[in-house]
Design a protein around this ligand. Structure first.
Ligand code: SAH
Length: 241
């Protein structure tokens, strides 16, 4: 019986994987990787006999079941199985659910955390998610609507200085509306970082009042991190790309 490593690949730039993650990949017999993985990161997996692409889209539970089954099956036949996930495996990556499956199946596992796009995305646009003068709290939320979600975005906008939103592009207008309804001033800055840390990274900046139209005009596409809060104004001053 082998061991499964849940490894965070980082947000895209292949050098943003941890040393531990890269070393585990080098030893991998099998790599099962996600949709958002930069193919260059797979080059670390020099000895892998199998590279299996298993993406998953919102709410596709059949797909998740397929992934779970495969993890168990591969661990029974190989020593080192790497489940490679974009960013950090425990930040909207279903890493927790996969651990539960492995535990139930009696398979050993290890977590190798990764650099999450929720923080590294803004960093690559010169935006520190906290700053002594502008923000002392950070929330990482999903912008993807789920009927069963207890999440009230408005409460978060009221309580937290910087809100970093993943999976929010298709729901952008609603997110901005909720920020305004929460009482944030219309001139509050908002930034989207598309393809953060990759060669084709793009930053779109606006205010709550003009952003939905701007994003439409610029044809903002996923994957993107959307950041709301005063720290976004540091983009002009601190941008380094
Ligand atoms: N576990 C991942 C998040 C998975 S959810 C992490 O920690 O980063 C997928 C969402 O992450 C995307 O919809 C997008 O909002 C964000 N994302 C992941 N990689 C990204 C990238 N390179 N640029 C911008 N957003 C990214």
């Amino acid at each position: 019986m082998g061991k499964v490593y849940l490894v965070g690949a980082g947000p895209g730039d292949p050098e943003l994987i941890t040393v531990k993650g890269a070393r585990v990949l080098e030893r991998a017999d099998v790599v099962i990787y996600d949709r958002l993985i930069n193919p260059k990161i797979l080059e670390f997996a020099k000895n892998a006999k199998e590279l299996v692409y298993l993406g998953k889209w919102h709410g596709q539970s059949e797909k998740q079941e397929e992934i779970n089954k495969m993890l168990v099956e591969k661990a029974r036949r190989h020593d080192v199985v790497v489940r490679l996930k974009g960013g950090d495996p425990f930040v909207f990556g279903r890493g927790g659910e996969e651990c539960e499956i492995l535990r139930r199946a009696g398979i050993e596992y290890e977590i190798v955390p990764g650099i999450t796009s929720a923080i590294a995305g803004p960093a690559y646009a010169g935006i520190p998610v906290t700053h002594r003068n502008y923000a002392s709290s950070l929330a990482i939320v999903t912008g993807h609507k789920k009927e069963d979600s207890a999440l009230d975005l408005q409460d978060i906008f009221r309580a937290v200085d910087t809100v970093s939103i993943l999976m929010g592009v298709s729901n952008l207008e609603d997110i901005v509306r909720q920020a305004l309804e929460a009482g944030l001033p219309p001139e509050t800055p908002i930034v989207a970082i598309e393809n953060a840390t990759r060669e084709n990274q793009r930053v779109i900046k606006g205010t709550l009042s003009d952003f939905p139209e701007k994003a439409r005009k610029e044809n903002l596409r996923p994957p993107a991190v959307i950041v709301v809060g005063k720290v976004c104004n540091l983009h002009e001053k601190l941008r380094w790309i």
